[in-house]
Design a protein around this ligand. Structure first.
Ligand SMILES: Nc1nc2c(ncn2[C@@H]2O[C@H](COP(=O)(O)OP(=O)(O)OP(=O)(O)O)[C@@H](O)[C@H]2O)c(=O)[nH]1
Ligand SMILES: [Mg+2]
Length: 233
């Protein structure tokens, strides 16, 4: 099976080489880095380390992912893995993320940091509570038990295209999880490990602005899709 990685990047020149080094290249055909207007050398470093580098000037995690998907339409991979560039996730665990798709016929596999081993302090309290609330609301509204809304995940490319993803920022992960349920995808979670960000600058849950912005967007996304469900929109 042809596997591609989509990696949105904003100013991660220091962590990128480590992430690239740990991606199992015997499994992954192409690593697509979407440089989202970095002011450091992220694009150069990514290219030097063997990634295909695209540029997306419109700022936002979702914008970057959408750009990656557009690019991959001409490549038609079987599976796409989403991975952060800050070296918090363990890229070598891509193999356990894709296994349920390859061997058991699943469509989408969410890497759960809650089920896996996290370094102490790696998942900040605000991220932990945000995850709990988000997954609780999804369980109430859709009856599916996720344990995490983390970014590290694998999905069959045809299912991803069928989802017609829309979110431009940090509602991205939750939109994918809700649409996976709505579209009748076969979904599972696998435990993934998580380490504390020790390189580069935090942009989301490590900052007040990022936390408020991401929390608001996640809740808004859940309520948007849920109200559509009730009103059959
Ligand atoms: N494309 C894009 N990527 C972003 C943006 N903000 C953050 N990222 C990337 O999204 C990933 C997650 O951001 P982080 O800053 O690690 O946020 P976090 O994981 O909540 O917090 P940490 O505890 O610092 O790891 C990283 O790979 C960032 O480079 C953005 O505006 N656009
Ligand atoms: Mg991070």
């Amino acid at each position: 099976m042809k596997i591609s990685v989509i990696m949105p990047v904003l100013d991660e020149e220091k962590s990128l080489p480590l992430v690239m080094k740990d991606i199992p290249r015997d499994l992954v055909e192409e690593v697509v880095v979407i440089d989202n207007g970095s002011s450091d050398g992220s694009a150069i470093v990514a290219r030097e380390n063997g990634a295909t580098v695209l540029s997306e000037p419109r700022k936002g995690y979702g914008y970057a992912c959408l750009r990656g998907i557009e690019y991959l339409k001409s490549k038609s991979p079987d599976i796409v893995v989403f991975l952060d560039a800050d070296y918090s996730d363990y890229p070598e665990e891509i193999s356990s993320l894709v296994r349920p798709i390859i061997e058991e016929g699943y469509d989408m596999v969410i890497g759960s940091r809650v089920k896996g081993k996290s370094e102490k302090g790696a998942i900040l309290p605000q991220a932990r509570y945000g995850n709990m609330l988000g997954t609780f609301l999804i369980r109430i509204f859709y009856g599916f038990r996720y344990t995490d809304l983390g970014p590290f995940r694998a999905i069959r490319f045809d299912k991803l295209i069928d989802m017609d993803m829309q979110d431009k920022t940090f509602g991205w992960t939750v939109e994918m999880q809700i649409k996976g349920i709505k579209k009748g995808c076969r979904i599972t979670e696998v435990p993934v490990s998580y380490r504390k960000r020790s390189i580069g600058k935090s942009k989301v849950t490590g900052t007040i602005r990022g936390t408020i912005g991401a929390s608001w967007k996640i809740l808004w996304t859940i309520f948007k899709y849920t109200s559509r469900k009730f009103y059959n929109l």
